[in-house]
Design a protein around this ligand. Structure first.
Ligand code: NDP
Length: 341
């Protein structure tokens, strides 16, 4: 950071678990960042969350929060149905935006979020964490360098057990954008796009209820994404799998990349390269906390250096895939991904 750059002051929209467990520590890891305020829909929770997390001010009115001159940047981590209206209001108030995923519940809303920020000359980033991991970045580099030849297939194992503290709106509030597809499959979509530099053309999917979710919400889904250059990717996303690690494999004409325990929030996991019957562990660079990596790139973008590591357009793209997977799971039909409304 140039020595003259002023510290970036963050406001948190949403008194959430992810802000508390990942983003507040990531923002505070930087000497050039402060957290000025938090917004909750409840005055009581705003006060208690601010106190518990040593945040100077707690608001429960969005307009008042956005008028706080001490806020340059907002991080949005409310439930999914609120991201769009909050991001658009923040952009109109001149705040840069880092929004959690899925950006919105419809493509039109996601596009409006990104467009409003762009029109105001503001930075907009999407909080997909996985591509920030050194494991994923290394796999992308190896694929680009031709280590596995032309990618033919990918397999994503992103089935986990939803921790009891998060067993709320995700499994019982469809109107909040709950369900495993908009929660986890969108991360797969972003990861695969990042690794393959390709877009999903269409999907087929089957979802299920395996004991956690209610109403129409799925707590498990499997499916196939077909990419424009012919790569087939299978995915398994769930809240119901207690005894397995995550994984990600990409298989090409000249080799395979096989990664274990890398669809996680922590900087962990191993990557192996298999070629001609020889399997070798890939040397990874220095692991960095995924959320610190997100915040670092976001700061640089606000300072006019580059763009967020995951842009608004990336968030629109992953949502488009998630919505196609939801539609396919409902209709039982192969469904094209509609990237534009
Ligand atoms: P939480 O359930 O922790 O928070 C979501 C909202 O629920 C909060 O904004 C808050 O509303 C409300 N809330 C939280 N605690 C309580 C409570 N005790 N009583 C009543 N209401 C409460 O959700 P997550 O942190 O798990 O997810 C938030 C967003 O972040 C989602 O969009 C999700 O998809 C995303 N996410 C992203 C991750 C990533 O790695 N990129 C990982 C996890 C989540 P209010 O603000 O009004 O107080």
């Amino acid at each position: 950071m140039p020595p003259t750059a002023p510290p970036l002051k963050w406001g948190l929209i949403g008194a959430s678990d992810i802000a508390k467990t990942r983003m507040i520590p990531a923002i505070r890891s930087r000497p050039d960042s402060t957290i000025a305020a938090v917004l909750s829909s409840s005055a009581e929770r705003a006060t208690s969350y601010a106190a518990e997390n040593s945040i100077p001010r707690g608001y429960h009115d969005l307009d008042e929060f956005l008028q706080d001159p001490e806020i340059d940047v907002v991080y949005i981590s409310t439930t999914n149905e609120l991201h769009a209206s909050q991001a658009i209001a923040a952009a109109k108030a001149g705040k840069h935006i880092l929004s959690d995923k899925p950006l919105a519940l419809t493509l039109a809303d996601a596009e409006a979020m990104v467009k409003t920020a762009k029109e105001k000359g503001l930075v907009f980033g999407t909080n997909h964490h996985l591509r920030n991991a050194v494991t994923h970045r290394t796999m992308r580099r190896l694929i680009k360098e031709g280590a596995i030849g032309k990618p033919l297939a990918a397999r994503v194992f992103h089935a986990v057990y939803l921790p009891p503290r998060l067993q709320g709106w995700r499994i019982n509030r469809p109107e909040a954008g709950g369900g495993v597809i908009l929660d986890i499959t969108v991360h797969d979509a972003d990861t695969l796009h990042f690794l393959l530099d390709d877009d999903v053309e269409d999907v087929v999917a089957r979802s299920a209820q395996q004991g956690l979710s209610h109403g129409d919400l799925a707590d498990a889904v499997m499916g196939v994404m077909y990419f424009r250059n012919g790569t087939l990717a299978m995915f398994h996303d769930a809240y119901t799998i207690k005894h397995a690690q995550t994984g990600l494999e990409v298989h090409g004409t000249d080799g395979s990349l096989i990664a274990k325990n890398i669809m996680t929030q922590d900087p962990v996991g191993e990557v192996f390269l298999s070629r001609n019957g020889v399997v070798s562990e890939v040397a990874l660079g220095e692991p960095e906390d995924l959320y610190i990596h997100i915040v670092r790139h976001f700061h640089e973008a606000v300072e006019g250096r580059g763009q967020p590591f995951v842009t608004g357009e990336d968030g629109i793209r992953s949502l488009a895939v998630g919505l196609a997977v939801e539609e396919s799971a409902k209709t039982g039909q192969r469904t094209p991904v509609r990237y534009k409304t």
